[in-house]
Ligand binder design. Sequence first.
Ligand code: AKB
Length: 340
Amino acid sequence: MRKPVALITGAGGEIGHGLIAKLTESGRRAVVTLDLNALAPAQARLVQREFTGSILDTALLERILAEFEVDTVFHLAALLSTRSEFTPTTAHQVNVEGTLHLLEFSQREAESHGRPVTFIYPSSIAAYGLPDLETKARAGRVREDAFATPTTMYGCNKLYCEQLGRYYARFYKQLSAEPQAGRVDFRCVRFPGLISAMTVPSGGTSDYAPEMIHAAAKGEPYACFVRPDTRIPFMAMPDGVDALLALAAAPRERLTQTAYNLGAFSPSAAEIHARVQAAFPAADITWKTDVKRQGIVDSWPADVDDSAARRDWGFAPAYDFTRAFDEYLIPTIRARYARG
Ligand code: AKB
């Protein structure tokens, strides 16, 4: 009998980095990865099999289907918000068609093994679209069912894929004699901006926070592309990875909704700047607003209501703003660049 494995798409990205390490810790889980680029050697060593290629390559997905019993999919591959605005049709292909391919893949895995496949999907605060700054200030902690009018291609893609996942989970097998057997158990979080001490993201619009910290640690000047008063929710990467694992492990009957907000702290860009400057007094940080990117973050909520995730599956981030900086970001990044 083949041992079930977890499949991670976009495994070479920011979240994949931490997720591979955590999932494979003490041989807990066998992991198969799919990414456009080869994994870094430190990650590659941890996985059972690494596939290099596109999520749009159905022949490659067929190969994985034939060779592995996948019982959990972490579908991380996506083009982020800023990048998607430059290449919207490519973003739609990767973010929507790619997700559709993975949902079909999971459906077929589930059918062939007679068990549901757990499908973990990271959606985003980009799924929201607040019309103006006044509404943003008034809205406070936004609930999942509010402001579902994203302004970016990425946000539209994420919101639609949440619905696509709900369709596969609830309706796709409705006509089957055994509706529970072989279905996709779709579960989704709406991530805030994620900040990792290990990697710098590319193509996102929440990137100003990680970019500011990493630039300061490297002794490089940084021009922040949003106004100092800009405020969106953020989370330290270890909490993001733990949240994906907690959601995957949650009993199905406890889950009352398809998509769950997650938040941890919600500083303004000026507050992030002050922290970074305190930790790296020589940091050279200036402000140079990029109108388009500013417009994107202005349409995202200043904070989110994540009480459903806390109630249904025990989401409890370990890092608030102070801990994230003092115990995770600053010491890890300092050590990382000191090592070269
Ligand atoms: C982005 O900025 O595009 C992402 C996100 C908030 O989903 N980090």
